[in-house]
Structure formats: structure tokens, C-alpha cells
Design a protein around this ligand. Structure first.
Ligand SMILES: Cc1ncc(COP(=O)(O)O)c(C=O)c1O
Length: 405
């Protein structure tokens, strides 16, 4: 038997290539919506799921299937479903395990869009949830209700970079015989494989590191074949969340360089975190690679690299954060992350603005908090940009002080 390839090789090649008709090295884009069959029995068996195949574009296309096969291999899962956005992946995964009357336990500092889904659409469907501090597994046990049907985590979390002990949480969910769902967006399969740690369903916003070039919105779900089949047939098809062949191609192309990109994102982020930790205008830095991070040990155990996201709190609160962000010249103010460009954002007024102030503050998302996604630029240029922006804040504060006197 052939040795299992390393991650970088797997990202570039297909060990189980299903499509070798043309000999093309790059993945062919197949935009066909209609697929034909040699006879009626083949068509009927395919639609019934008795025979593998694609029959209509709303349930997938062959470029998308190539991406799904790759995602399953990379995450060490049985099967994958790729959809039109990270939120489509999250809602599909949650709707696959929850229905009217069910309850969900959710890690407390979850992505703002997930929170919005739980408080609006899921609530309309009669699904309830509890936000729980999952850094202590006892809290999860205490929050269990007779109708709790799943636990949903995000580690590292957005934007606080909280790290959860996936293995310990998986022991609890296995005991209660309910699925554990993990958002692995911040890590990508290159840095963390939640299924190996006991998770049942992994989701990604493929918009971020997987595609890596800021030009596609997409999502991915990896789980066992039965669950994926249910999501494809019963949820994605009905809600119409399919990803186009063109976008699937772009993600496959982007993923070829995932390993080299992640190495650079990590090394830039590490240096930015060290710079910020030593800066007199910074109150706190949240980065799992810093020894000051409360879950440093767990991060070392579960993650093959500490990721490209650094969050930090500037001294002077919201006003100082605003002056700092406005003064940046290289880093761009943007909602996304995981792109070649260094991107910064203000969670309190941008990604997490839908969370009420009290809940936001309780989760540590203060007005002075900034999230930075380290890009692939030369580190010296990023650090110089941060330095000059801090000097601008200093200057603004000094002018305000002189004026007030
Ligand atoms: C951790 C995390 N999960 C999910 C999403 C949603 O992804 P998308 O924007 O592709 O729907 C995001 C978006 O920022 C995210 O940061």
C-alpha cells in the first residue's frame, strides 16, 4: 500500500483522483447543471443514492466533488460537503442535528454571524441555545438539558483566540451521545485536525485560509458519509446553498499553496504578537503562541502552528483604537481574514456588532479590542506600519491634551 502523503503533497495532488479523463494537471471546471444517464435505472439509482454520481447542479458538480474529496482527505474525514459560504456550512451543520424543541450548547465567544443565526433564524425554528464558557468542561456538563442535542465550539475563537480542550469536550459529548461540532476556520486543516481529537462535524469558512486570496465566499463541512449525505439531500438541496464550479476551482487552486501560506501567516503573526506585547500602548495581547496566553499548553498540544490571527487591546479604549486603525497605511480595515494582505478590524463595531454590548463586554470584546489577520507581506513592513500608527495615536492624544489645557 502506498504511504499516506504528507500535507503539502496532499494539497497539490489527488491520491484518489476520480477524474483522469483529460490528463489536465489543473482541475477542470465543469459548470454543467444537467447530467445524462445511459438508461433509466442508472438515473433512478443515482437520485435514490444507491449509486454514486451527480444528477443535477443544485446537489453538486464534478469540480465541487473534487474539492469535497480533497477536504475529506485533509481533515481525515469520510466525506465533505462544500457550500456557498461559511455561514451556509454552519447553518447546514446545525440544522442537520437540531430541530424544533432542541437545545444547543455553544462556546461563549463564538463568531458574530453564528450568534446572529442562533438568535434569529434558529430561534424562529424553535431551537434554543446556552452560551457557555467551555474552557471548563464542568460548565458544559452543568448546562446540559434533557433536550440538548449538540455542542458547538470554535477554537481558536473569533476574536478572543480562546483555545478549548477539544479532547476533553469530546469525552463529555461522547458520554451524552451527542455530536460535537467545531469551527476550524482559524486553523485550516494544515494546523489542526479536530476529527482526530474526537469532533464529529468540522466546519470551515473556506472564504478565509482555504481559498486564501480574498476572492471567493464558500464553506465546507466534513463528517461521516451518512451525515454528509443527509446534509446534501435534505438541507443543501432544499435551501439552495450550492457552490459554483468556478468558485470550487478557485479554492482548489488556492489550496495548493495552503501549507506555505500558513507557515508564513504563523511566523508573521508570532512576530507581530511579540512586538505588540512589548509595546507601551498595548494593554493585552491575545495570541495562543504567547506564553502569557491562558491556554498556551493546550494550544501546543492540539495545534501544529499558532495561526495568523492576533487580537489586542490598545490603551485608551475606543477612541485610541479608532485613531490607530485610521492611521494604518499598509494594513487594511476589512471584515475578512486569512488573505495575503494584512487586515485589521474593530470587532465591537464590525464583526461582532450584532451582539448586545453587555454580552460583548462579558466575552472580552471591549471597545479597545482590535483583531489583526497577519498577511504574507515582509514582516519589517508590517511592523513599521504598526509603529507609525501607534505614533499617530500618541500624537493625536498629545494634541488633544494640549488643546484641553
Ligand atoms: C470563525 C468564522 N466562522 C465562520 C465565518 C463565516 O464565514 P463566511 O463569511 O464565509 O460565511 C467567519 C467569517 O468571518 C468566521 O470568522
Amino acid at each position: 500500500m502506498m504511504r499516506r502523503w504528507g500535507m503539502s503533497t496532499t494539497l497539490i495532488h489527488d491520491q484518489h483522483a476520480s477524474e483522469r479523463k483529460t490528463g489536465a494537471v489543473a482541475q477542470p471546471i465543469v459548470p454543467a447543471v444537467a447530467y445524462s444517464f445511459g438508461n433509466l435505472e442508472a438515473a433512478a439509482d443515482t437520485v435514490a443514492g444507491k449509486r454514486d454520481g451527480i444528477y443535477y447542479g443544485r446537489y453538486g458538480n464534478s469540480t465541487l466533488r473534487a474539492l469535497e474529496e480533497k477536504m475529506a482527505v485533509l481533515e481525515h474525514g469520510e466525506a465533505a460537503l462544500c457550500v456557498g459560504s461559511g455561514m451556509a456550512a454552519i447553518s447546514t451543520a446545525l440544522f442537520s442535528v437540531l430541530q424544533n424543541g432542541d437545545h444547543l450548547i455553544v462556546t461563549k465567544d463564538v463568531y458574530g454571524g453564528t450568534y446572529h443565526f442562533l438568535t434569529t433564524l434558529a430561534a424562529r425554528c424553535g431551537i434554543t441555545y446556552s452560551l457557555v464558557d467551555c474552557t471548563n468542561v464542568e460548565n458544559i456538563v452543568e448546562a446540559m438539558q434533557p433536550n440538548t442535542k449538540a455542542v458547538y465550539i470554535e477554537t481558536p475563537s473569533n476574536p478572543m483566540l480562546t483555545i478549548l480542550d477539544i479532547e476533553a469536550i469530546a469525552q463529555v459529548t461522547k458520554h451524552y451521545q451527542i455530536p460535537l461540532i467545531a469551527d476550524n476556520t482559524f486553523m485550516s486543516p494544515y494546523l489542526q485536525k479536530p476529527l482526530d481529537l474526537g469532533v464529529d462535524i468540522v466546519i470551515h469558512s473556506a472564504t478565509k485560509y482555504l481559498n486564501g486570496h480574498g476572492d471567493v465566499v464558500a464553506g465546507a463541512i466534513v463528517a461521516n458519509a451518512e451525515r454528509i449525505q443527509f446534509m446534501r439531500q435534505q438541507i443543501m438541496g432544499d435551501l439552495g446553498q450550492v457552490l459554483s464550479a468556478w468558485d470550487a476551482f478557485l479554492i482548489l487552486r488556492g489550496m495548493k499553496t495552503l501549507s506555505v501560506r500558513m507557515e508564513r501567516h504563523c511566523s508573521n503573526a508570532e512576530q507581530i504578537a511579540a512586538f505588540l506585547e512589548a509595546h507601551p500602548m498595548v494593554d493585552k495581547v491575545y495570541y495562543p503562541g504567547l506564553q502569557s496566553h491562558p491556554q498556551y499548553e493546550i494550544a501546543q498540544k492540539h495545534m501544529n502552528g499558532m495561526g495568523g490571527i492576533v487580537s489586542f487591546e490598545v490603551k485608551g479604549g475606543g477612541e485610541a483604537a479608532k485613531s490607530f486603525l485610521d492611521a494604518l497605511q499598509l494594513a487594511m480595515i476589512s471584515f475578512s481574514l486569512g488573505d495575503p494582505e494584512t487586515l485589521v478590524q474593530h470587532p465591537a463595531t464590525m464583526t461582532h456588532s450584532s451582539i448586545p454590548e453587555a454580552e460583548r463586554e462579558a466575552a472580552g470584546i471591549t471597545d479597545g479590542l482590535i483583531r489583526l489577520s497577519a498577511g504574507l507581506e515582509d514582516i519589517e513592513d508590517i511592523l513599521e506600519d504598526l509603529t507609525q500608527a501607534f505614533e499617530q495615536v500618541n500624537h493625536t492624544e498629545r494634541s488633544a491634551y494640549a488643546w484641553a489645557k
